[in-house]
Design a protein around this ligand. Structure first.
Ligand code: URA
Length: 285
């Protein structure tokens, strides 16, 4: 049994899959999803981040500033802790999105989470409540999380590419995404998740650069540069945005495949972390 996003109710996996619009047959596909079996992406040289196929276990280039700044803003943000970050985001006036927001929405969840989900930007309800994904798309996201035994706030952190609501819920433009990127990058550095799931094109754009359509990015293996000194990157899975899935039912099955792939990647990441951990009882010399 799996806890539902509605307090006091528990749903079976079959009920959950139905709730997100899938039949239980998708469960069977889980074991057949190949991890890292997809073509490596051809990142443009100017792509802001170094990308590597996760399966290659190659050293990942050190993180570069997502936005080159003349004024040191990105560097300042890169040194912030959570409290400063929260304050800085709340009072940010770095782009025009600040003009119509009720409040900036930093993110929600476990700041030591293994799982990081990144969406596009706050909508009307998120702008009013100060929490990401609390509207209809958020309900679907909660159901998607529950279908892979996850729950908002419990080993999961949810953030957005931009922290202020784009007027009329339009997609944030590339300049807005770039201006907000140092905040997202700092969140990732502080959380150090084991896996990142990018929900939709704006999130993919924020982290990977403009590499193509969402459909072309799905199923590919990416890695986000890990913390300095760590050779292995954080695996990144790109999937559809829940708001898109609400409008395009047939693609829910593809999103389910992506979630199964994400879960398999998480298992691999945990297994390799356990392998490289020193045996218990030993002390560093
Ligand atoms: N859509 C998003 O991308 N993020 C939210 O927080 C809400 C809706």
């Amino acid at each position: 049994m799996i806890a539902s996003n509605r307090p006091g109710t528990r749903l079976t996996r079959v009920q959950l899959l139905r709730e997100i619009g899938l039949s239980p047959q998708w469960q069977l596909r889980e074991s057949t999803v190949a991890v890292g079996a997809t073509p490596a992406v051809t990142a443009s040289p100017e792509a802001a981040l170094a990308l590597r196929g996760v399966a290659e276990k190659a050293a990942v280039a050190p993180a570069q500033p997502l936005v080159p700044t003349a004024d040191g803003r990105a560097e300042e943000i890169a040194a912030m802790g959570w409290a400063q970050l929260r304050e800085s985001v709340a009072s940010c006036r770095a782009c025009a999105l600040c003009q119509e927001r009720r409040q900036a929405v930093l993110g929600v969840g476990d700041v030591t989470a293994d799982w990081l989900f990144i969406g596009e930007g706050p909508g009307a309800e998120e702008d009013a409540r100060g929490e990401p994904f609390v509207g209809p798309a958020g309900k679907l996201l909660d159901a998607m999380l529950a279908a892979i035994d996850l729950q908002r706030g419990d080993d999961v952190y949810i953030a957005n590419a931009v922290k202020c609501r784009p007027p009329g819920n339009r997609t944030p433009d590339p300049a807005e995404i770039a201006t907000c990127a140092p905040y997202l990058k700092r969140q990732i550095a502080l959380i150090q998740p084991r896996l990142i799931v990018l929900l939709g094109r704006a999130a993919a754009h924020a982290l990977l650069g403009d590499l193509g359509s969402l459909a072309s990015l799905r199923g590919q293996s990416f890695a986000y540069p890990a913390r300095a000194g760590s050779a292995r990157g954080i695996p990144v899975v790109v999937t559809y945005h829940p708001a898109y899935l609400l409008r395009t039912l047939p693609d829910k099955a593809k999103a389910w495949e992506d979630l199964c792939r994400a879960r398999a990647l998480m298992r691999t990441a945990k297994a390799s972390a356990a392998e490289s951990a020193p045996p218990s009882g030993t002390r560093p010399t």
